[in-house]
Design a protein around this ligand. Sequence first.
Ligand SMILES: Cc1cc2nc3c(=O)[nH]c(=O)nc-3n(C[C@H](O)[C@H](O)[C@H](O)COP(=O)(O)O)c2cc1C
Length: 268
Amino acid sequence: MELSEAILRRRTANGPFLPDPVSIEHQHRLMQAAARAPSHFNSQPWRFALVTDPSLRARIGAIAGETMAQLIAEGTFFRRYRKYFRFSRGEMDERRDGVFVDKLPAALRPFAGYALSPFGVQIMRRLGVPRILGRDNEKLVASSPLLLAACLTREEYRPGELAAFYSVFGLAAAMQNVWLLVTELGMGIQFVSTPLEIPRARARLEALLEVPDDLVLMAIFRLGYLPPDRPRPRIDWSSRHRKRLSQFVYRNTFRTPEPDRPAKDTAP
Ligand SMILES: Cc1cc2nc3c(=O)[nH]c(=O)nc-3n(C[C@H](O)[C@H](O)[C@H](O)COP(=O)(O)O)c2cc1C
């Protein structure tokens, strides 16, 4: 696959993967791709755990499910992320960022307009939505044949210092390499953020993964081979929309937006 094709086809996978284990060859190729990323002074501050043990995956899945349910039930998720949700095509077409919620479970559709308000959260709780979404998330994570835990060394990740930014930048570059190679290998990858959004869950996860004191857990991903048919999940949080050039690129100084060219420059 050409690099430009992998860049255009790269996506967040939010459905189930095939049950087939990810071959050791592919796991190692992904890690070697990560290692090719740039890092400040070639410090290579990233450390990864390839989690394939089924009981460990099940326990991480349980934490992912519980945290998803908790964040939804408490309203934290929507308070934190409300600003990214778009409920109309018009708003999406204008801003071209965030997530277009064009697919809601039937039970929630009548409440779409205020689904993210405290009242909406109350209704969701009454309908058992947090539990349903938690269970979905647990299943997705636990059934993924490969989980990837990404850490940074504390020696480089020193919050408040420039090295922290540089090391996060390096880890992001490493993960983008992984993400692109995943695309070429016919695999999918998804960020599993919820366990790291609740300090107690993060601590449980670090204990499970036996993260040593000199590392800090930064992110968890689930990976696997993609099935041929990919039905959209109950709630689809991802989006293909991208800003137009004139919305994020400037010429010379940040006073002059770059004019848009014909539509082929913009993602659909
Ligand atoms: C720092 C970060 C955290 C993210 N967290 C999640 C997540 O928890 N769950 C998820 O499904 N996607 C997550 N994403 C993926 C974004 O939602 C996704 O990249 C965006 O909607 C664009 O979709 P695409 O990746 O398919 O192009 C995350 C991405 C980044 C960079």
